[in-house]
Design a protein around this ligand. Sequence first.
Ligand SMILES: *Cc1c(COP(=O)(O)O)cnc(C)c1O
Length: 426
Amino acid sequence: MAVTDQITSQQAIDLENKYGAHNYHPLPVVLNRGEGVHVWDVEGKQYYDFLSAYSAVNQGHCHPKIVNAMHEQAKTLSLTSRAFHNDILGKYEKYAAEYFHFDKLLPMNTGAEAVETALKICRKWAYEVKGIHENEAEIIVCENNFHGRTTTIISFSNDTVARKHFGPYTEGFIKIEYDNLEALKQALEGNKNIAGFLVEPIQGEAGVYVPSDNYLIEAKALCEKHNVLFIADEVQTGIARTGRLLATCGNCDCADKNCSGTPDVKPDILILGKALSGGAYPVSAVLANDAVMNVIRPGNHGSTFGGNPIAAAVAMAALEVVRDEDLAENAFQLGELFRSEINKYIETSNIVNLVRGKGLLNAIVINDDEDSDTAWNICIALRDNGLLAKPTHGNIIRFAPPLVMTKDELLDCVSIITKTLKDFEK
Ligand SMILES: *Cc1c(COP(=O)(O)O)cnc(C)c1O
């Protein structure tokens, strides 16, 4: 069978089942094309993408500007490794550092790698700048976090399926309740070994948990007081998803679309991935100011593909699209509309308990048990009705369409969602 041979959905699924490791449980739909907010399956059926590859495709599928940047760079120079310089990495680093208001950027490929990088930088800073004794640094993390799949990262996860039988685990992490400032205060007080606090501005995988309004600001202030690095994992929430360029600028009212930060919540280390490339290529990054980033010296860290010319060209184009098309503002407006429409439905619904989120990162909570299959069954029905979404738990469905959606398309999607939900009302 040649790669160009047309196969049916069932054939594609059978091949994956037989020859691929079973580390995922995908919704049974086989896609072979995407454009903007739409994807098509191999039988030609069109769907709204309401997951956006977990918020990687914020700029929409196959955005022409991003595809073109990738194509041009791929024809010119794809990989040098960091053994040599190339003429685009520095341009990208300058562009992204200024875009997000940091001194420096360290390029990686996947989100998990960027989280690993941030943890390493934080530990090194703890020993060389803060003066913690060797091997005694601790990093505070939150319960129900999702930061990726490496051995160190799953060491501080509390998802049993992700953790079990993958030990021994990496030490040096303290887990506290999310959105609980008192818990953070207690963990910080009287412990001189705390190096950093790693947090998601909104817990995406956990089910789109939005913390209280003052949480990030106060958490940042506590970290400052204790000389602890505030590390924001914005792999999912960043790049306009939540109605701001970054979710850590959630309380910034400035209308300047180029503003990426509030003086209130400026992370010491910012982690980006997913939509940094618009979904075209694996690109992630860690950003920090010199006082932190300069602890990294030649040989301390690296990646063969990190910062390669294609990644640099793609990421620059992807960030330009976010700014040129005002995607943060669109996500903000459509998010308000989405939640108000779904809330209208909820008033008379027995099957949906609530909708929550920010911008176009939202979830509905289904009136059923966490381990029920209701959310899955609703997603199958949504698929049949032309909209693709995925449960995060047995009773939670995340809704995160590409940010290039129009108001009319969003209302069309709301009507698909509400019509589908009606069939599940008891
Ligand atoms: C997806 C995600 C990651 C991991 O990114 P990968 O590219 O899958 O390794 C890390 N943190 C958050 C918050 C994420 O949503």
